[in-house]
Ligand binder design. Sequence first.
Ligand code: SF4
Length: 363
Amino acid sequence: MLISTINHVVFRRLLLTWYKSHQRCLPWRITKDPYKIWLSEIILQQTRVMQGLPYYERFVAQYPSVAALAGAKEEEILRLWQGLGYYSRARNLHQCAQTIVAQYNGDFPTSYHALLTLKGIGPYTAAAIAAFAFKEVVAAVDGNVYRVLARIFGLTYDVGTSKGRKQMHQFATLLVDHMQPDTYSQAIMDFGALQCTPVSPFCTTCVFNNYCIAYATDSQKTLPVKTNKLNKKDRYFDYFILQHKDAIYMKKRVKSDIWKGMYDFYLLENKQHLVVDQMDDPLFILARSYHLPITTFEKEERHLLTHQRLFVKFHKIDLTVAFLQEAKQLFHQFSLVPFNRREIEALPKPILIQRFLKKVDLS
Ligand code: SF4
């Protein structure tokens, strides 16, 4: 294994010099307000900067303080979050804001370890807030940092394992600039995002190319090492749009599953798609007895989540008054509630449902 000849002092100097002329002008970078820094860090988890920026701006405009966010309704927050995915982040954001108001009088805790006790704040986010807002000497280590350090120093720690991430974290901690941990952390993240990019890094113009092991050994593609043990689970959803005139029946997802707290249509899930004529669900037995026709939309939608692949079919049933009267109890049992189109627009919904409603004419 080759060892980089760069020492920590030179590494920091080159990085900070690079940052002076390349830093991104982002609203959460020019503030020391821990609320805004926290908000940006939660929004940017698993999200590209350009996609997250408008969400950040909308959240700051609607909830300018942690107290305003704590006082909001969860449904409003989920609606504003709609389209970003990973909705547990939004629910944790709300709970965390409420804890800060209730237990810390609305002031963010100022240390890494205290931040780490809050809901939805993991080691990276706690370190980012502690470093950016309070200048604590801690390493905020994300995917950008793994990549930069692995390539320059030729580190082969497997960041797909907790052991490898721990080793990387220990290494990163030794490099943090004690005088300016905030600027240093921002610099290394921007360097990973702009110069040492995952695919096709800009090596020929890079300030580290005299020292970089990946460049010397042409191993940019294999560093950082990350074994991928993620097996995606396949799920088959059959959604039923139960419609009567302008009203569509929807329900709130309350179980601990994807999209908790959001609204979707009546859903049946099975090991494969359902054969509509053979369904023994009580609602369909009743629908058949009323000879209600079921229309199936031809196209199967595919929706990818981090750990799951969803195969989704949509069906529509136009309901009659007589059916609705008899099905009252069942609808209540399934928590199905009628909403008109304007009300549906305001509900927090999975993006899959939002897209379907936009695409299809249900009049
Ligand atoms: S030389 Fe290439 S791989 Fe090495 S740090 Fe620079 S951009 Fe990254």
